[in-house]
Design a protein around this ligand. Structure first.
Ligand code: ZN
Length: 119
């Protein structure tokens, strides 16, 4: 789940403890765009129909979004569709996205190879 409030709360607490509460910038390594989007597929949207009149006007309520079992989601560059990856797979969830953004240029200067040398 991308927007699990419990996960977000824990990440926020951790970031505050680390004193690292700042907005992370996305910069596409392929095209340099700074616009990132979340794509979700195979989602069922159920919208209650409140009324239909003879002129064809439909009044509907709040749509409800249900992820199906084999739902797929990924982050991608809005401009060129580049997908940030972790270990060759699409990033899943906010935690991995934060990790990716922190290791990308424009954010933390520490690269993945530097981290490996330290450990
Ligand atoms: Zn791009």
């Amino acid at each position: 789940m991308i927007a699990d409030p419990e996960v977000l709360r824990r990440l926020r607490e951790k970031a505050e403890k680390d004193g690292a509460k700042k907005n992370l910038k996305f910069t596409c390594p392929e095209c340099g765009s700074t616009r990132l989007q979340l794509v979700e597929t195979r989602i069922t949207v159920s919208t209650p129909i409140l009324s239909v009149n003879t002129k064809g006007r439909v009044l509907h309520g709040e749509p409800k979004y249900d992820l199906t079992e084999n739902e797929e989601s990924w982050f991608e560059c809005t401009h060129c569709s580049y997908r940030p990856k972790k270990d060759g797979a699409d990033i899943r969830g906010v935690g991995e996205l934060i990790e990716w953004l922190q290791n990308s240029r424009g954010n933390s200067p520490q690269s993945e190879s530097e981290q490996q040398q330290q450990s």
